[in-house]
Design a protein around this ligand. Structure first.
Ligand SMILES: NC(=O)c1ccc[n+]([C@@H]2O[C@H](COP(=O)([O-])OP(=O)(O)OC[C@H]3O[C@@H](n4cnc5c(N)ncnc54)[C@H](O)[C@@H]3O)[C@@H](O)[C@H]2O)c1
Length: 226
C-alpha cells in the first residue's frame, strides 16, 4: 500500500522527521524563507496530510486546493491560522502542539524583564559600537528586580505557579479575567488586583494575555507612561 502523501512546510527536527518519514511520503519545504501562499496551495493539491507553521493559513481556500487532505498538523501552541470550523465541515482533523513551549516562554518572560531592567540591549549596543569610553558610577545603572513589585496582566498558568514562577524576593501583583486558585498564588507571593491598581503600584509590568478582540490595543502607550 502506498504511503500517504504529506506536505511539510518547513524542515522538522531529526527525531520528528524520522517518525514521519517512516510512515508517510513527505515533501519538505527547505529554503530559509517561508513558502509563498501560492507555493503551499500548489504543493498540497495531491496531499493527504499537511504539517504547517502558524505562517500558513489553513482556510477555506487551502482546503479547496487540497481535496484529499485528511489532517492539518500545526506545529504551534496556538491555532489562530486555522479555520477550525472549515476543517470540521470538510472532515479534516486539525491538531496543534499545546504546552511544549510553556517553560521556554516563562524563561523568556524573565529574560525580557532582566534585559529591560538591567538595560542589556543598550549596554550591548554600546559595547559593540566601539564608542564605550570606560566605566562610570551611574553608567547604564538600570533598576533592581530584587525586592520590587512585578505586575502581571494575565496570570497564565505556567510551571512554578503563574508567569512569574519563583523569583528574586519580589512581590507579584496580577490582574486577569479569572483569578488563580489561592494555593497557586501563595508560593509566588502573588496578589490579585484590578488593572488600575496594577498600573499604579507595579514597578515592572509584563503582559501574558492572549491577543483577542478584547485585549487588542488595551495596553497602549498612555497606560505604560500615563
Ligand atoms: N505558552 C506558549 O508556549 C507561548 C508561546 C509564545 C507566546 N505565548 C504568549 O504568552 C502569553 C501567555 O500564554 P499562555 O500559553 O500562558 O496562555 P494562557 O491562556 O495559559 O494564559 C493567558 C491568561 O490570560 C488571561 N486572560 C485572557 N483574556 C483576558 C482578558 N481579557 N483580561 C485579563 N486576562 C485575560 C487568562 O485568564 C489566562 O490566565 C500569550 O500572550 C501567548 O500568546 C505563549
Amino acid at each position: 500500500m502506498p504511503k500517504p502523501k504529506v506536505y511539510c512546510s518547513h524542515e522538522l527536527f531529526e527525531e520528528a522527521r524520522k517518525i514521519l518519514d517512516a510512515t508517510c511520503d513527505v515533501e519538505y519545504w527547505t529554503p530559509a524563507e517561508r513558502p509563498a501562499r501560492e507555493e503551499v496551495l500548489r504543493r498540497v493539491r495531491d496531499k493527504e496530510g499537511l504539517v504547517c507553521l502558524l505562517t500558513e493559513k489553513v482556510d477555506e481556500g487551502l482546503l479547496r486546493a487540497a481535496p484529499k487532505l485528511r489532517i492539518a498538523a500545526n506545529v504551534a501552541v496556538g491555532f489562530d491560522n486555522i479555520d477550525v470550523a472549515a476543517c470540521t465541515k470538510r472532515g479534516v482533523v486539525a491538531t496543534n502542539t499545546p504546552g511544549v513551549l510553556d517553560e521556554t516562554t516563562a524563561d523568556f518572560a524573565w529574560t525580557l524583564l532582566m534585559a529591560v531592567a538591567r538595560r542589556l540591549g543598550e549596554g550591548e549596543q554600546l559595547a559593540r559600537s566601539g564608542n564605550w569610553k570606560g566605566w562610570n558610577l551611574d553608567q547604564l545603572c538600570g533598576a533592581d528586580i530584587w525586592g520590587r513589585r512585578w505586575g502581571l496582566w494575565g496570570w497564565a498558568d505556567w510551571p512554578g505557579g503563574g508567569a512569574a514562577g519563583v523569583g528574586l524576593q519580589h512581590e507579584v501583583i496580577y490582574t486577569d479575567a479569572v483569578r488563580a486558585p489561592q494555593d497557586a498564588e501563595k508560593p509566588v507571593n502573588a496578589t490579585f488586583q484590578d488593572m488600575n491598581t496594577l498600573l499604579a503600584e507595579a514597578d515592572f509590568i509584563s503582559l501574558h494575555v492572549p491577543l483577542l478582540a478584547e485585549t487588542r490595543g488595551l495596553f497602549d502607550t498612555p497606560k505604560f507612561f500615563g
